[in-house]
Design a protein around this ligand. Structure first.
Ligand code: SF4
Ligand code: SF4
Length: 475
């Protein structure tokens, strides 16, 4: 047999073999093609946020960050994958800084989990509500600056991608959301990896560093923790890494050992991340509908406080701690009663919680796409005004009437996206139930299907409420 024969049998490298796009992605510095433009955009947003108009709908920082960035983020995650981590401009600055400052320390063992980053994610959601960042261009600009500062502070002290894997709240959001993305990084041909002696995809080579997120390609499953940085693609001397089709949500129902993660069923922190991802989606939407004000007034009266932070703290505690504990606890208890299982509630909860990821994504994308679609063109007059203020009216005078889809057209899209999340969550719940030791699949499935439908019903109710048009002039 000639040496060409195995190569002919090799599986496709997916997108990496596409004309033009594949060649660009295989180029060693391909990431910069996204990072440099996004760095320039971030710079413009900071400058306009600090020195531009103070009215949020007239400032690029608030309009682009809170209307367009978030909407584009979830839509790209749905149709492609974690391209926003791939193009993260903060990583470009970090890599530049690491040419001069070499990190010396490994990330502490006690923090090698998702608990800190879950706290950061909750902190961002909390700060967004408490400080009304969506309505404050100065605060939004400083938030961007702080984010750049944070990644430098962490990654110039600690080696590898410590910030991405263990700290970054946006990263954790993207990791949880990308479980439903249609693309993943994986080995093109497992047999090639079996005979590979160098393992450059994880160890690194002269061509490129290895995976900074500790994901060994042949043992990697799904998208969790993958930033799509493509370092493994460039490091592998056998051109055996593919950017290929991923069945959305498919691996959430399975429990193999995953490189860099272990087994999902042994990771309470990952289960908690997915749970916060789902309940946080509901809470974030709840923060924008009119009933929240009545609830906050009532809570302030009960608590005898006037300032907002104690009320918000209590609201977050109920929504992200008490409510998940009660609802998931009930689902675990019902599963145990129905299947006759002797497993602990914690074991059951950690195994089943992953079914909430698609639903959570459905709620996030329904909510963010509403703002994105109804405010799609709102950045145009803001950009026109900024250019006019700079004395370069090359786009003409601001056309403030530009908006986007009417709200009535956005609601069916929201409900359609939410429905996809519900269906995917039920499929994942079924597949997890199939792993039940008792083999009573239906009995193990029903409590979690009921939980998914209950949360989806809450989301539908929220979407039917009048929603604040934060960051735009639309009413
Ligand atoms: S370097 Fe390439 S061939 Fe070797 S284990 Fe990694 S992906 Fe497989
Ligand atoms: S597996 Fe690792 S190196 Fe490869 S794209 Fe994902 S994060 Fe980057």
């Amino acid at each position: 047999m000639t040496s060409a024969a195995p190569a002919r049998r090799r599986r496709s490298r997916g997108v990496l073999e596409w004309p033009l796009v594949g060649a660009l992605l295989r180029w060693r510095h391909s990431r910069l093609l996204l990072q440099v433009p996004l760095f320039l955009v971030a710079l413009v947003l900071v400058l306009h946020g600090l020195f531009g108009p103070r009215l949020a709908p007239m400032n690029l920082a608030t309009v682009m960050v809170w209307v367009h960035y978030r909407g584009a983020l979830v839509l790209v995650l749905l149709v492609a994958g974690n391209l926003f981590c791939m193009g993260c401009p903060m990583l470009a600055l970090r890599d530049l800084a690491r040419r001069f400052v070499h990190p010396r320390f490994d990330w502490p063992q006690a923090l090698r989990n998702k608990w800190l980053s879950i706290g950061m994610l909750v902190g961002v959601l909390f700060g967004y509500e408490l400080f009304d960042w969506w309505g404050d261009p100065r605060a939004t600009a400083w938030l961007i600056v702080a984010y750049f500062g944070a990644i430098l502070a962490v990654d110039l002290v600690f080696k590898h991608a410590s910030f991405c894997k263990f700290v970054c709240p946006i990263g954790q959001f993207n990791f949880a959301a990308s479980t439903i993305s249609p693309l993943e990084i994986r080995a093109a041909d497992a047999r090639v990896c079996e005979t590979c002696t160098t393992k450059d995809c994880i160890k690194g080579s002269e061509l490129s560093r290895g995976c900074e997120l500790a994901l060994f390609v042949p043992e990697k499953r799904g998208n969790m923790d993958c930033t799509f940085c493509l370092d493994c693609v460039h490091a592998c001397p056998h051109e055996n890494v593919a950017l290929a089709r991923h069945e959305p949500a498919d691996d959430l129902g399975l429990d193999p050992h995953r490189s860099g993660l272990g087994r999902f069923s042994k990771r309470p922190d990952l289960a908690a991340l997915v749970t916060v991802f789902c309940f946080g989606a509901l809470l974030n939407a709840f923060g924008m509908v009119s009933p929240v004000y009545a609830v906050q007034r009532w809570m302030a009266g009960v608590m005898h406080v006037e300032s907002e932070w104690p009320v918000l703290t209590a609201l977050f505690g109920v929504a992200l701690v008490v409510e998940p504990l009660v609802l998931l606890g009930l689902a675990c208890w019902a599963t145990r009663a129905a299947t006759g299982s002797h497993e602990s509630l914690l074991t059951l909860g950690v195994r089943h919680a992953y079914c909430l990821a698609p639903l959570g994504f459905g709620i996030w994308i329904a909510h963010y796409s509403f703002h994105f679609l109804t405010g799609l063109l709102t950045f145009v007059p803001v950009l026109q005004k900024a250019l006019c203020d700079l004395g370069a009216p090359i786009l003409g005078q601001p056309i403030w009437r530009l908006g986007g889809l009417p709200k009535s057209a956005a609601l069916p899209i929201e409900l359609g996206l939410l429905s996809l999340g519900v269906i995917a969550s039920c499929v994942v719940a079924w597949r997890i139930a199939e792993r039940s030791a008792s083999r009573r699949t239906l009995a193990a499935f029903l409590p979690w299907a009921a939980l998914v439908l209950l949360l989806a019903g809450a989301a539908v109710w929220l979407f039917e409420q009048p929603m604040e048009m934060r960051g735009t002039f639309l009413q």
